[in-house]
Design a protein around this ligand. Structure first.
Ligand SMILES: [Zn+2]
Ligand SMILES: [Zn+2]
Length: 266
């Protein structure tokens, strides 16, 4: 069982999201929702190199995923991979790009020795997608901004060796928190974000035979707490006797997560 690629989040949450993926043939970024400077700093912190990055895959056009994308592209000469919908809604913000390769939601991107499978999601952004990174059968999901646990999502997670999964809010904290009622409605609507308990159910589903690592990601700063998200999941894993099988960690807001080394299991 050999490690095919490594992946970590660089920053995570409503204040900005980005991932770094590296294999023996090159590296990719996924999303760039903070400044190019911060992304480069965090890539260096995990032992990576911006000069190795062959592309930047954009999941959707919300600011917490594209804020630094234009500068990253120009400064490091990195092409963007994005859907037509994401490009149309963000081109003014992005400015001039070193390159732009359009893909259709549901298509596969091949770059840096990796295959990126894309899946349309019911999130409230044009052509929003979730991703599975694959190399020689080893698979890791980058599944955030999901809208709701849509049909097919369980099957995707059942095919993974590792997953970065959105665990955006604690329903109690959201209900009693400071957000305006209309924003609360948006977050828990079928086009918003998924909760700690939804993420927990997805990770503990009986079909996840291969899953070894779950990194809870895209936590809300206001409506969640890393300890609550982690406890919700760990309690359920223990109940299902999966606590020894699946390793759990949290993607921090401003610093890189643990680097997950992805190998094919089973
Ligand atoms: Zn987001
Ligand atoms: Zn979003």
């Amino acid at each position: 069982m050999s490690v095919e690629f490594s992946i970590c989040s660089l920053v995570s949450g409503s204040s900005g999201n980005s991932f770094y993926v590296e294999c023996s043939e090159g590296a990719l970024l996924i999303d760039a929702g903070v400044s190019a400077k911060k992304i480069a700093e965090n890539v260096t912190a995990v032992g990576g190199n911006m000069d190795q990055v062959d592309g930047l895959v954009i999941t959707h056009g919300h600011g917490d995923h594209i804020q630094g994308a234009g500068v990253v592209s120009r400064r490091y000469g990195i092409p963007l991979f994005m859907t037509e919908g994401a490009y149309a809604t963000s081109k003014q913000k992005l400015g001039k790009l070193a390159g732009c390769r359009l893909f259709r939601p549901g298509g596969v991107i091949t770059a840096a020795g990796l295959r990126i499978h894309t899946y349309p999601t019911p999130h409230d952004a044009a052509d929003s997608v979730a991703l599975v990174v694959e190399r020689n059968g080893a698979r890791c999901g980058v599944l955030t901004d999901l809208g709701h646990p849509f049909p097919g999502l369980e099957e995707i997670i059942g095919s993974l060796d590792a997953v970065f999964l959105e665990s955006n809010y604690d329903p109690e904290m959201l209900a009693h928190g400071p957000y305006h009622e209309s924003l609360k409605e948006r977050i828990r609507s079928p086009h918003g974000h998924i909760s700690n308990s939804e993420a927990t159910s997805l990770i503990c589903a009986p079909g996840n035979q291969r899953l070894k690592v779950a990194v809870l990601s895209h936590l809300s700063e206001t409506n969640n707490h890393p300890r609550i998200a982690q406890c919700t999941l760990k309690e359920k894993l223990a109940q299902c006797q999966l606590d020894k099988k699946i390793q759990v960690c949290i993607a921090p807001r401003h610093t890189p997560s643990e680097v997950v080394k992805v190998a094919r299991h089973k």
